[in-house]
Each structure stands twice: as structure tokens, then as C-alpha cells.
Write a protein that binds this ligand. Structure first.
Ligand code: TYM
Length: 337
């Protein structure tokens, strides 16, 4: 008797990143690094969310360039463009279509409570557009379009993920099991890398330059930024986010850059001074992340035709998966399909 081995289909992972400049060390440790670790076990879509980016005014030529660079950087960070679907959000219309439909199942009150909306409106007072307000609905569409089971993100996306789940459940309650209700995948360590100059705030590329490390910073600039990192007036190296946010952030970065536990990192620095800690963390980030990524990026970005081909092919692969859900949704809400 011959036995047929039936392999269950892999679960789907979706995540996205805005092409607003080069990713930071926070983006890398909170998201991209984990994406790479999940690529074999799941079917993964990693999306360059240029439609989200235009909620804040962008220079068109620069946005296009950033988006292409981000694709090259994804690959340079170890995401295999054959294994994973790496693509541009604006190259598949399904995101916009589903987003409109989901707008009609999301409440103003829910969107008004979003922390990121409040923060971004405070920063962009002259341009509080409706896209900024409905941004989380587009994000829900991104996720729900593909039957996504798991969404690997940093801690700052937790609230948006909750909203995606609420919208999915609301829709399913009315129409039956249309959407898979996604789970957030937030790493225990590295999910909230803090600013180097204000370690009680999240590291963000929209803040002043010394506060963040970009994956494309020159190695000596990275070392300099770490040397200047704000710590405290105490002398003890221990992990205590509330009392010692600066030191804890450095320890967390070091542990993640070296692939060791925080405890092991703390043990390594026992009896050492802050100066030594800062230099060692800077060197680990440069040696283990910045230099290898930049080396591969330089190679990959030389081949523009290859990147264009990947973009085109992967947008089609995404569309193939997305169309199944989109068609079902359109039918359910009463469109002629
Ligand atoms: P974005 O582009 O702001 O950030 C991309 C990813 O990086 C994570 N991240 C961080 N992780 C740790 N420490 C930090 N300081 C840090 N800063 C950013 C973010 O949590 C995120 O995982 N709205 C999303 C993009 C998006 C998306 C999606 C994500 C659009 N659609 C669907 C998941 C699923 C955003 O603006 O991420």
C-alpha cells in the first residue's frame, strides 16, 4: 500500500514597512530580523507600504527611490525574494479596494482612539488628512486580504493589530467566516528599541538624527551615536527599564545584535564602565548588522532590472492570493462579481 503524505498548507504571515527613508535599527530588530526567522515555517508576504507613506507629504521621486531601496534592503537583510512575497502595496489594487469596504465597517470612535493618529496629527498639524485617520483601516485591509494568521510587528503596532482583529470579527459576525482573525507576533525582546538621546521614547526616523541609527549610516557615525547615547548618573550596568532606560536599551540592543539573552549581556558587562558598554554595543551593531547588510545592499542594488523583475512578479503573486478573499468579500456585501 502506498501512502500519500498530505502536507497541510502553511499558515500565512503578512507584515509591512513604510518606505520613508532607510529603516532604523528599531525597524530591523523589532520587525525585519524576525521576518527572516519565520520565512521557512510560513508563507510570508512582506510589503513596502507606499500607500501608507503618503499620509504624510512625500517627495514623489524620493518616495519611489526609497521604496526600491527598501526592497533591496529587505533582500540584503536576508529575506529571500523567491521564498517570500516581497512587493509594493500600490502595485496591487486589492489593498485600496478592501480598505474602502472595511471603512464602512469601522467606527470613527475607534479610529479617534488610535495613539499613532493622535501623535501623527500633533506632529503634522497643517496636514491632518483623512488618510491619516483611516490609516489603520488600510492596515487591516493589508492583513485581512490574504487570510493572514500571524503579523510580526514591533510593540507600537499592537493597537492597530487589535483594531484589525475587531474589524475582522465584526465582519465575520455579519457575513460568516470570511476573514481569518490574525494574531500579533511581537518579540519578547527588541519589540521597542528606544531613542539613543531620549531613551523613554521609541526610536524613530522622524526624530533628530542622533536619536536613531539607520541601517545605511556610515559605521563611524553609528559608533559615534552610541558613544553619545544618553544613560544615567549611576555607575551600575543592570537591566531595569523603569529606573535605567538608557542602559536597558543598550543592553537590549546588544543582546539582540549578538543573539544572546539579556541576562548573558548583563553578565558580560559586570564590573565594566558605561564607556566600555557604549563602545562595545556600537561595535557589535556595526560588525553584526550594519556592515554585512550594507555589503549585500551594495551588490543587490546594482541590478535594477533584477529588482524590477522581483517587484512585478511578486505583486502578481500577492494578487493571486488576495483576489480569492476580495472576491468573497465583494460577493458578501452585495456587489455584482
Ligand atoms: P513602520 O514602517 O513604522 O515600522 C515597521 C516595523 O518596525 C517596527 N518598529 C519598531 N520595532 C522596535 N523598535 C522600534 N523603535 C520600532 N520602530 C518601528 C514597527 O512596529 C513595524 O513592525 N503601519 C505600519 C506598517 C504596516 C503594517 C501593515 C504592519 C502597514 N500595513 C500590516 C503590519 C501589517 C508602520 O507604519 O510600520
Amino acid at each position: 500500500m502506498t501512502e500519500n503524505t498530505v502536507t497541510a498548507p502553511k499558515k500565512i504571515i503578512f507584515s509591512g514597512m513604510q518606505p520613508t527613508g532607510y529603516p532604523t535599527l528599531g525597524n530591523y530588530l523589532g520587525a525585519i530580523k524576525n521576518w527572516g526567522a519565520l520565512q521557512e515555517e510560513y508563507d510570508c508576504l512582506y510589503c513596502i507600504v507606499d500607500m501608507h507613506a503618503i499620509t504624510v507629504r512625500q517627495d514623489p521621486a524620493q518616495l519611489r527611490k526609497n521604496a526600491k531601496n527598501l526592497l533591496a534592503l529587505f533582500i540584503a537583510c536576508g529575506l529571500d525574494p523567491e521564498e517570500n512575497i516581497l512587493y509594493m502595496q500600490s502595485q496591487y489594487h486589492g489593498h485600496a479596494e478592501l480598505s474602502w469596504i472595511l471603512n464602512c465597517y469601522t467606527y470613527m470612535g475607534e479610529l479617534g482612539r488610535m495613539t499613532q493618529f493622535k501623535e501623527k496629527s500633533a506632529k503634522n498639524e497643517a496636514n491632518i488628512n483623512t488618510g491619516l485617520f483611516t490609516y489603520p483601516v488600510l492596515m487591516a485591509a493589508d492583513i485581512l486580504l490574504f487570510g493572514t494568521a500571524l503579523v510580526p510587528v514591533g510593540d507600537d503596532q499592537r493597537q492597530h493589530l487589535e483594531l484589525s482583529r475587531d474589524v475582522a470579527m465584526r465582519f465575520n459576525n455579519i457575513y460568516g467566516d470570511v476573514f481569518t482573525v490574525p494574531e500579533a507576533y511581537i518579540p519578547k525582546s527588541g519589540a521597542r528599541i528606544m531613542s539613543l538621546t531620549e531613551p523613554t521614547r521609541k526610536m524613530s526616523k522622524s526624530d533628530e538624527e542622533n536619536s536613531y541609527v539607520s541601517l545605511m549610516d556610515a559605521p563611524d557615525a553609528v559608533i559615534r551615536k552610541f558613544k553619545r547615547a544618553v544613560t544615567d548618573s549611576d555607575m551600575e550596568i543592570r537591566y531595569d527599564q523603569a529606573e535605567k532606560p538608557g542602559i536597558s536599551n543598550l543592553l537590549e540592543i546588544y543582546a539582540n545584535a549578538c543573539g544572546i539573552s539579556i541576562d548573558a549581556a548583563v553578565a558580560e558587562f559586570e564590573g565594566k564602565g558605561y564607556g566600555h558598554l557604549k563602545t562595545t554595543v556600537g561595535e557589535a551593531v556595526v560588525g553584526n548588522i550594519i556592515e554585512p547588510v550594507q555589503g549585500r545592499f551594495a551588490e543587490i542594488s546594482k541590478d535594477a532590472a533584477y529588482l524590477d523583475e522581483i517587484m512585478k512578479k511578486n505583486a502578481q503573486r500577492a494578487a493571486q492570493i488576495g483576489e480569492r478573499v476580495l472576491k468573497k468579500v465583494k460577493k458578501k456585501v452585495g456587489f455584482v462579481v
